[in-house]
Design a protein around this ligand. Sequence first.
Ligand SMILES: Nc1nc2c(ncn2[C@@H]2O[C@H](COP(=O)(O)OP(=O)(O)O)[C@@H](O)[C@H]2O)c(=O)[nH]1
Ligand SMILES: [Mg+2]
Length: 325
Amino acid sequence: MPANLTPQYYAAEESFKKAVSIEEKITALEEMLAVIPKHKGTEKIRADLRRRLSRLRRDRTKKPKTSHVDPFSIERQGAGQAVLFGFPNTGKSSFLAALTRAQPKIADYPFTTTVPLAGMMPYEDVFVQLVDTPPITEDIVPPGLIGTLRNADILLIFVDVASDECLEQLEFCLNYLKDKKIVREDLMPEVHGVSPNKVLVLASKIDQKGSKDNMQIIRELTPTGIAIHPFSTRTGEGLEVLREKIFQMLNVIRVYTKIPGKDPDVKKPFIMDHGSTIMELAQTIHRDLPRLMKNARVWGSARYDGQSVARDYIMADGDIVEISQ
Ligand SMILES: Nc1nc2c(ncn2[C@@H]2O[C@H](COP(=O)(O)OP(=O)(O)O)[C@@H](O)[C@H]2O)c(=O)[nH]1
Ligand SMILES: [Mg+2]
């Protein structure tokens, strides 16, 4: 009897193959069991999954954690990773606390944050990972931070515009990113080597006296092409719109898959790079799917709903795609 496995199942299987830690493997196996169609044709597979799951659960309780864990290496989760970066007391931890469920220490003295801390920021039906980091100053850059910054999809540079040092601090941060080649060298000379599309400057404490004047100054003196967004976690001004802005900067799209004759799976979109094709989606779902794929139909960006499209069709955010084998 055929198993008729679904794209959701193949996606979970792919996560299992990519899983490194026991914890990741367990999560992927649980997902496979949850999404596998439950009928006679899948009985054997389900029994096998349950066996593998119980073996892994046993291993988990047996093995002491001996491997060294690098606190500066934060595994990417959700639609993408945005790393918070800046001087002490610029409001990074307050920002993380305002937009995620993470509970960082927030205090008016420097170096409250000593290792990176991640939280998931909800945006519509996805999550974006925000990573708070220990601060930098002219004297100290925490060892290990450079790796966290390099690995980020986007960087949020924090400056406290209630402080008169905000301009120097911003220049220091931009020069650091440029000198360490953390942000890809850009051809636009006016942005001094920092790709503007990967960096957003977040000007905090806009609720404070004098901050609007400082805002004016940094707007005038910062290289053109670098976006600066004022906000306050205290009053909420300019805060909520950042969810969408940050998601847009990730340059990804959400694609929902659909089984022929069924409703689309609107719970868990596939996150793909902007400009991805049907072929790339098929590859993401399962290694063998590009070969097995017979037809693809698109609802959303196509001229009409359910239109059959070619393999090189470029999908848009929110598209529903049906791949038949
Ligand atoms: N007025 C005002 N104070 C803020 C704002 N955001 C943070 N703070 C305060 O600034 C101090 C440093 O904040 P924190 O988030 O710990 O900064 P971090 O060192 O960059 O993580 C704390 O006393 C916060 O309460 C804001 O938007 N407005
Ligand atoms: Mg902090």
